[in-house]
Design a protein around this ligand. Structure first.
Ligand code: SAH
Length: 243
């Protein structure tokens, strides 16, 4: 199955924005819309603003968590109007889309958009390999949600026109769900060993996420890390070892 570019909208308040995002996607040949806990959907306002793109809305998937929306994705970009204290430096839409499109064409990639009022949480951007920031007025840099989707979708359109990556040469990365399995395992091992104090976890897991998001491991590398963790846990004779 060829790569799908997922546009993920998290907890969108206004159904009109969902419709306008669908329209923005269709004009740029994007099809896969995923909605994480939309406040109101389906809704007549969404259909009205989608105009001729109601097919995208009809096929939109509604999900209960961001993890479900990202399952199977090899690379994920979060979008934000502002820089974050911890995490990757922001990329322009062009550079970010180029990075996303560099992965094997058999693997899905995603761009995640936040809530109209509050954007994405740190926990959500920690699930992303890249932070995409649309350069804008420093005094008024927050675009309407669907306008931000349009800018990003346009960059995918441009990138696809110039793309000729042979499938065999592009790297295949571990998917988001495989990485979540590794993080759960790392956290358990860190607790069992006493390295992570649950009363005072500081930013340990966020920092590990940032490190591994930069490293972008392949599935076999994730297996090595998990195998190593298993072996160390067995050595300690820990009954709570994760399989
Ligand atoms: N106050 C919020 C703004 C949310 S705007 C914040 O500070 O994050 C709603 C969504 O539109 C954002 O979560 C993001 O997905 C997108 N967006 C708006 N302006 C953007 C920009 N300049 N760069 C990247 N994404 C932007």
């Amino acid at each position: 199955m060829p790569r799908q570019i997922r546009i993920v909208l998290v907890e969108t308040s206004h159904p009109g924005n969902i419709g306008a995002a669908a329209r923005a996607m269709k004009t740029m040949c994007l099809e896969r819309l995923l909605l994480v806990n939309p406040v109101e959907f389906p809704h007549s306002e969404a259909s009205a603003r989608a105009s001729g793109a109601t097919d995208i809305l009809e096929r939109a998937q509604v999900l209960a968590s961001l993890d479900e929306a990202l399952a199977g994705c090899a690379l994920v970009a979060g979008t934000s109007a502002r820089q974050r204290a911890l995490g990757p430096a922001p990329l322009t839409p062009r550079d970010c889309v180029r990075q996303l499109m560099s992965v094997s064409p058999a693997q899905d990639v995603a761009v995640v958009f936040g809530r109209e009022r509050t954007g994405l949480t740190n926990e959500e951007t920690d699930r992303c390999h890249f932070l995409l920031q649309i350069p804008a007025n420093p005094d008024y840099g927050s675009l309407n949600l669907a306008a931000a989707v349009q800018v990003v979708a346009y960059e995918f359109m441009l990138a696809k026109q110039g793309m000729h990556t042979p499938a065999g040469q592009a790297p295949a990365y571990a998917t988001s769900d495989e990485m979540e399995g590794l993080y759960a395992h790392l956290e358990q091992a860190a607790r069992d060993s006493g390295f992570l104090d649950p009363e005072n976890p500081k930013h340990l897991m966020r920092r590990l996420r940032n490190l591994l998001n930069r490293a972008r491991p392949e599935p076999s590398e994730v297996n090595i890390l998990r195998g190593l963790l298993n072996a160390l846990q067995v050595r300690r004779g820990n009954p709570r070892r994760k399989a």
